[in-house]
Design a protein around this ligand. Structure first.
Ligand SMILES: [Zn+2]
Length: 159
């Protein structure tokens, strides 16, 4: 019985589906032996779908930007929790008054050399990463914003 064109086509598709490795291999061989044809085809495709490609790239970039931003935001938060927990326990709290809302907790320099570090590290995140990297140096403590301000106030009065 002779197979119809459609049947043969269907069979070929099926074969490609069940033998992905062989398809890959033969594609590889073809592109190696006919580099100019592949280039031509790609060029043609690019010309024909210029707008689509442009839109796709734009979408991809913005999607991945969101993903990247979201990821680094989470990563930053995780680092903050880790560092704060290391210095003040779980959950992180102020060394002086015990206040424990992380939104108003700050990393305080025991020796008051925060200005130097702020110059050295462009953002607070850089400092947090540095602390983690250098295995939590002893010169830091966790204070709440109030206690931190009071400490600073007393220090300035002394000077
Ligand atoms: Zn406090």
């Amino acid at each position: 019985m002779k197979k119809s064109k459609q049947e043969i086509y269907k069979q070929q598709i099926n074969w490609r589906k069940t033998n992905p490795d062989r398809v890959k291999e033969s594609n590889k061989k073809y592109s190696k032996n006919h580099p100019e044809k592949i280039r031509e085809k790609a060029e043609k495709y690019r010309k024909k779908h210029r707008e689509q490609i442009k839109n796709y790239m734009k979408k991809w970039r913005s999607l991945n930007k969101i993903k990247k931003n979201k990821y680094s935001k989470e990563e930053r938060y995780r680092t903050k929790i880790k560092v704060f927990t290391h210095y003040s326990g779980n959950p992180p709290k102020c060394l002086l008054c015990g206040f424990n809302d992380i939104r108003a907790l700050v990393l305080d320099h025991v020796n008051n050399n925060g200005a130097e570090d702020r110059k050295k590290f462009k953002t607070p995140d850089c400092l947090l990463r540095y602390i983690k990297r250098s295995n939590y140096p002893k010169e830091f403590q966790i204070l709440c914003a109030n206690c931190n301000m009071i400490k600073e106030y007393i220090r300035r009065q002394k000077v």
